[in-house]
Design a protein around this ligand. Structure first.
Ligand code: SF4
Ligand code: SF4
Length: 233
């Protein structure tokens, strides 16, 4: 489906992949058998700036990226519907179940099924080229798409950078495999609790941290290729 990929990249998507979702339970894919995973690579200087903690610039980038990704997902879904396919945009954020801090359809599940990357020890989607400095949105569809080869296992290996740096002690130090439940590798409540306490101390509106993104060796390689020295003061 080159036309869809071209349209999404022309409008700003960095990465587009197609996923076979049919092995997943029908309720997590709205009964639709395939998915489109689309991503934005995040601005390298801003990512380098969160090595030691969150910044207002990163929060602004996070909000801006989510808004663009949601627009892209809606445009892609409209494109497919005009062709006569069923399609549902799954926005970049929202739809969180407060009891589990999880969503019905995980963007990272689509991304791994599309072959774009794996789930790191920090529970973020990690790509070979941009590390975890990427954000995702998704489209669920019945369109006939050339699906990618799923990634079923972590490529973190012995790395524990995000485990060691996390001030909330959220990553459990476990390598992901497809089908694992998030609590086996990551305590989302510990991450949220740390951020809530940090926000109360700082008295700002920054609700995300991102240190686990900036320390990842795959992210650091992306920053270096972008001409940034991650160790510069
Ligand atoms: S966002 Fe911050 S607190 Fe949450 S897992 Fe990453 S490093 Fe830990
Ligand atoms: S920092 Fe290391 S363990 Fe964490 S996601 Fe990146 S490669 Fe995996």
């Amino acid at each position: 489906m080159d036309e869809l990929r071209d349209m999404l990249t022309e409008h700003g998507a960095t990465l587009v992949g197609y996923a076979d979702l049919s092995p997943l339970p029908a309720e997590v894919r709205a009964g639709l058998p395939r998915g489109v995973s689309l991503a934005l690579a995040l601005d390298p200087p801003i990512i380098a700036g969160i090595r030691n903690g969150p910044t207002a610039k990163y929060m602004e980038l996070y909000r801006r990226s989510n808004a663009l990704l949601t627009e892209l997902a809606e445009a892609g879904a409209a494109f497919l519907r005009e062709r006569g396919d069923r399609a549902e945009a799954w926005r970049a954020t929202g739809g969180i179940d407060r009891g589990t801090l999880s969503v019905r359809t995980q963007h990272k599940t689509l991304a791994t099924r599309a072959g774009l990357g794996w789930v790191g020890k920090c529970a973020l989607l990690v790509t070979e080229r941009w590390g975890s400095a990427v954000r995702f949105a998704s489209i669920l569809t019945d369109a006939d798409l050339p699906v990618g080869e799923p990634v079923d296992e972590s490529r973190c290996g012995e790395c524990a950078a995000c485990v060691d740096i996390c001030p909330g002690e959220a990553p459990q130090g476990v390598n992901w495999r497809a089908g694992m439940e998030r609590p086996e590798i990551f305590d989302a409540f510990a991450c949220a609790r740390h951020m809530r306490e940090r926000q109360q101390r700082a008295g700002d509106d920054i609700t995300i941290c991102g240190m686990c993104i900036a320390c990842c060796p795959y992210t650091l390689a992306y920053l270096r290729r972008s001409g940034i020295d991650p160790n510069a003061p």
